[in-house]
Design a protein around this ligand. Structure first.
Ligand SMILES: Nc1ncnc2c1ncn2[C@@H]1O[C@H](COP(=O)(O)OP(=O)(O)OP(=O)(O)O)[C@@H](O)[C@H]1O
Ligand SMILES: [Mg+2]
Length: 257
């Protein structure tokens, strides 16, 4: 299981506006690739384009060497591309198990979700809308994994969750990658994401402004923070993104580094 995802010179527009510009990003099978960036940087737009929710306006995307950027979203999903979108999306009226069965079909596959998140098992017969926020996110992730994807795109799974819950979810991402999946993780909790990541990229106003080994970037927090807000590597830039209300990268300890 698992295939390399390559994003090669991709641009994406929202209406008239280009919001992702000439992005090169490599997500190898078996690795966690972290994508960081302030609010409005274009992270979701890039993931939307990879998943086929919106078209690319330039560049190519390949999955296991096969060009996928002109395929419909369903076809990309059929090739093993799973997308955990920003904001939880479960079928609230269905039970936990029914939510998993929608993707898994076979009950043996559903067991895999319970192995990863034992918390879900005793709740399997209750309506998903009764779950806590953290449990709902476990269900969303569990559902993605029972589909046995090659590539897993995860967009801010921590949204609205307490840091302690985010900490609980991070090992899942590592486990998914260790099973061979190429994981592309968009995360505001930069510190936690870099701890489990292999390679990391910082997107600012649609462009990659910093990239490196995740553990290495962990030791260069000032540089990462600066790239977030100004899109520049040196420490003499402006502060436009911050001035526009962009959020700071969140550390494990809280929301402000
Ligand atoms: N559906 C849309 N229609 C028009 N513009 C959009 C749409 N979605 C996003 N945008 C714009 O595209 C740009 C990039 O937004 P995007 O949602 O990709 O950023 P993001 O990095 O995911 O931000 P966040 O951290 O807040 O989720 C922003 O300027 C945003 O206002
Ligand atoms: Mg987003």
């Amino acid at each position: 299981m698992g295939a390399d995802l390559l994003i090669d010179g991709v641009s994406v527009a929202r209406g008239e506006l280009t919001v992702v510009r000439d992005v090169h990003l490599s997500c190898p099978a078996g690795k966690v690739t972290v994508l960081l960036g302030a609010n409005g940087a274009g992270k979701t737009s890039l993931l939307d384009a990879v998943a086929g929710v919106i078209p690319v306006t330039g560049g190519t995307i390949t999955l296991g060497g096969r060009a996928i950027h002109r395929l419909a979203r369903d076809s990309r999903a059929g090739l093993g591309l799973s997308y955990v979108e920003q904001g939880r999306s479960i079928f609230g009226a269905l039970t936990v198990e029914e939510n998993l069965a929608v993707v898994a079909g076979r009950s043996t596959k559903i067991e895999r979700a319970y192995e990863l998140f034992p918390e879900l098992k005793p709740r399997r017969k209750i309506a998903a809308q009764m779950l806590s926020g953290g449990e709902q996110q476990m269900l969303v992730l569990g559902r993605a994994i029972v589909g046995e994807p090659q590539v897993l795109l995860i967009d801010e799974m921590s949204q609205g969750l307490a840091p302690v819950l985010v900490k609980r979810l991070m090992p899942f991402v590592e486990t998914a990658a260790k099973s061979g999946i190429a994981v592309l993780l968009v995360e505001q909790f930069a510190h936690m994401a870099l701890q489990i990541g292999d390679r990391a990229y910082v997107l600012s106003v649609g462009s990659i402004v910093l990239q490196g080994d995740a553990k290495d970037l962990l030791n260069r927090p000032d540089e990462v923070r600066h790239a977030y807000f100004t899109g520049q590597k040196d420490s003499h830039g402006g502060g436009t993104a911050a001035a526009n209300g962009a959020s700071a990268p969140q550390q494990a300890e809280g929301r402000h580094p």
